[in-house]
Write a protein that binds this ligand. Sequence first.
Ligand code: OXD
Ligand code: MN
Length: 588
Amino acid sequence: MNSQKPNTSNPAVLRWVEETAHLTQPDQIYWCNGSEEEKNALTEEAVARGVLIKLNQEKLPGCYYHRSNPSDVARSEDRTFICSETADDAGPTNNWMAPAEMHTKLRALCTGAMRGRTLYVVPYLMGPLGSSLTKVGIEITDSIYVVLSMRIVTRMGQIAYEQLGAGTNFNRGLHCMLDLDPQKRYIAHFPWENAIISTSSNYGGNVLLGKKCLALRIGSALAQKEGWLAEHMLILRAESPTGERTYVAGAFPSACGKTNFAMLVPPPHFAGWKIRTIGDDIAWMKPDADGRLHAINPENGYFGVAPGTNMATNPNAMATISHDTIYTNVALTPDLDVWWEGKTKEPPPNLTDWKGQPWTPESKTPAAHPNSRFAAPMTNNPAYAPEANDPNGVPISAIIFGCRRTTTMPLVYQAFNWIHGVFIGATLSSETTAAATGAVGQVRRDPMAMLPFCGYNMGHYFRHWLRMRKKLLIPPRIFHVNWFRRDEKGKYLWPGFGENMRVLKWIVDRCHGHADAREAALGWVPGPRDFDLTGMENFDAMNLAKAQEINLEEWRRESLANDELSFKLHSELPKELAYQRELLVSRL
Ligand code: OXD
Ligand code: MN
């Protein structure tokens, strides 16, 4: 076996790499340092091996393209396991397997799995250097695509050894690509060991182990033990024309517009308002000495959904992904530019689709996979907020729970208080999207947008949220939004995108006591004078009333649908949530 020299002297790291190499038997070991030279050399190698295609460098400087196996294009929730000591620790919303049983299974799959291949050691940080929230991870992988993507979406390289020092506290992540057979696919989490093993996939959400696996599943379990929150939330800064800054976190299920909201460009009527992005997918939040909840974004880049992104829906994302980006499963133009559904009104006449087949507008299948992605550094974003690098994080004034629902859910309402807000988050429901394998468009209960990501018993997670209130002098206000409601003819009741600034403005104003509200059955809602409609085309107070309608019949059905999850969790469901359910029903 060829082995490049290790670039750390940390004995725990050296031992773990040695043990893993002994198991997987690679031809060589490559110790990543995160440098520019390393990136260039690995990129060249990936292109030479056909893992990446070099895109048109005049149009897309520094951009590359990857096509994944058609059976491996989204997160595999049915193959994702929480291997805690007991099934009860994982809870009824997770797949569970006893740690010893999973280790035996995976040991067999990983034995000799890297023969003829290179084992890459990828040290990375989740969070800014020096933050008390930041965690060190080391991912061992045999995928050069993973190495190059981790370099974008995390703080990868020597910086991680700097934070780790001589410590032993790092997440051990092992990724073996195997042959991508879905039957051999496991995304296994061992919260008690701070370890992850992922096999037979090369799709980002399953294999960029810092993101969903460490920052959310293992992260949430650590957060419960250590007294903080690991959440599936964007973080943005809303800055008023007078310079008042308000930090807002928002939990939305996968592929429901977190990236768009985090990069929002206000419509002309809101001249002087600035929205800046701290994060687009994950927030780690901790009560600070000032009595407020402070948030960091553990990531360093965006792994976003390409379809639907265009100059109107998200110009900041378009600028972000115009250079130094890795695209996966989008379509290609003859001159090696990228395209996806919704990028332009008219599709180009000739494309190569995500499977590598010729495609024309007459083709019956989409040119880009609906879950095609980009991985781009967050500093590419014209709306990047430099506080994303602040080890102290930003103080959160508002938490938004958002969903994708065609019916029932109004545009916006505010919780009466923290406990009611936790109830609203705990009963979040949304239509499934292409971000996970399985049927799309089915309403499912997705508490706090964490159904696929909570690394322990969901009932305990709710209790953890409720207890957080006691650690906060100034708890964030909690809101619920739905940009996706439609009328009987299927037409959206709210234009969305930049116009979401109007909803955000009401939320920000509520946080500062600048906007009034009416008490409704669900919570506080804006009255007609509290919600700024100035400058909207074809949208008046009547349209707003329709988007805000609370249909009592639909809500009675909704409460029954929520009971399904409550029954599942019932032995661990905090009583506060049962009381909130009763209060809601009595208000309907
Ligand atoms: C993501 C997801 O990739 O939620 O962010 O699936
Ligand atoms: Mn996500």
